[in-house]
Ligand binder design. Sequence first.
Ligand code: GDP
Ligand code: IMO
Ligand code: MG
Length: 439
Amino acid sequence: MPRTNYRGFLVSAKPEFMANIILVGAQWGDEGKGKVIDVLTEKADVVVRSQGGNNAGHTVHVGGTKYVLHLVPSGVLRENKICVIGNGVVIDPVGLVKELDGLLAFGVKLEGHFFISETAHVVLPYHRSLDEQRENLKGEHKIGTTKRGIGPAYGDKAARTGIRVLDLVKPERFAVLLEQRIREQNEVLKAFGAQPLSFVQVLAEYQAAGARLQPFVTNTVTLLHDALKRKASLLFEGAQGTFLDIDHGTYPFVTSSNTTSGGACTGSGVPPNRIDKVVGVVKAYTTRVGEGPLPTENAEIADLLHGMGREFGATTGRPRRCGWFDAVATRHAAMVNGIDELTVTNLDGLDTLDTIKVAVAYEVDGKRYDYVPSDIQVLSRCQPVYEEFPGWKTETSQVSEWKGLPAKARSYLKAIAKLTGAKLTIVSVGPGREQTIFL
Ligand code: GDP
Ligand code: IMO
Ligand code: MG
């Protein structure tokens, strides 16, 4: 029997309609989610961010222009789509205003197309300052955060001391809450030996940002459910990646939200039984920015990719650490996210190699692992067991069909999808929209 979804539509690999899809990064972030979201948005109606903040950097190339989105969903570059920042996101209002101004300057239409959840939490300057102070205190054990205040903002949310968007857009209420918070946070900052904040300055800057954002603020839960009633297709844009998940990642070298598929539901108010499928995005190799274990890290491939001018962070500009494709990690990601379909990006990054390695298992202390061990002290000592694949040594960036790819590239892609345990449906061979192969 073909599977149908709750709307009675057939759920197939290439449906005539667009299913409700959660797209997640299945590695350590920067898998190319922004590019893939931009491509998939063509057939979607609503694109939703549900977690993370402006620690994310999602790159989209459209017609020779490069856009880097941090908080606004990558679907915003397509006309007549609805873009939503959900309740699970932490929003730096000043950063968001800058991002919106940049989009407006490019002629992007926001009015009536862009909405911000009233219950999303606000990132404030004390969060950024605390993020930096904690990193400094950790010294060589630092996480390597983006210093965007993400951890402290989610910390306040969990401690129930956060300020939300619905507070921000009410100037008097915001002033009262901010005064209390700054009084407490300045004591903490002073204890770190850091500069205390001026309530008056922060108030003025954030009230101004609040006033700019106010027209976009709404109850996005009911907005999304109204869209579901209209049978609109929703596309959830994951930020970060599976191994940066606060629960499933390489703790403590993680971000502070649930980057795995479940986070899309809690971070938007759309329940799991309204989701049709989960798409995992991976690079054809592995990258990580920041500290923490990366079992397949390899200097040779890092030098190759950096030499090509690739793999520098979209948010902080830091060079990304690089390694071979890690099928142990992606198989684990397929398990915790429920990945149905796999998109492989950056295939073209491997075009010049003679031999390509893939980790198929880890070994440590004579024990073999086919999943990612939870204890990072164990993970840090894991030695990858590699399988080798012959390189295709042909440029792939102009290829537009599966059959046009070199046979060795197709074998490599089939092998990594099989090892991951998901169906390969999209291959990306360049940053542009047109450099996308559908299977
Ligand atoms: P995200 O955070 O997952 O959206 O990924 P980033 O935008 O941070 O990093 C991915 C980088 O790879 C960006 O510079 C993209 O433009 C680029 N990119 C995505 N897919 C491809 C591809 O198939 N080939 C090449 N050469 N670049 C790609
Ligand atoms: P996108 O959405 C890659 C990393 C940081 C650091 C750790 C914690 O572009 O894939 P944080 O500032 O979140 O407290 O930093 O997480 N990190 C990312 N790495 N891509 C991202 O987002 C990331 N967002 C955070 O480098 O190691
Ligand atoms: Mg990124």
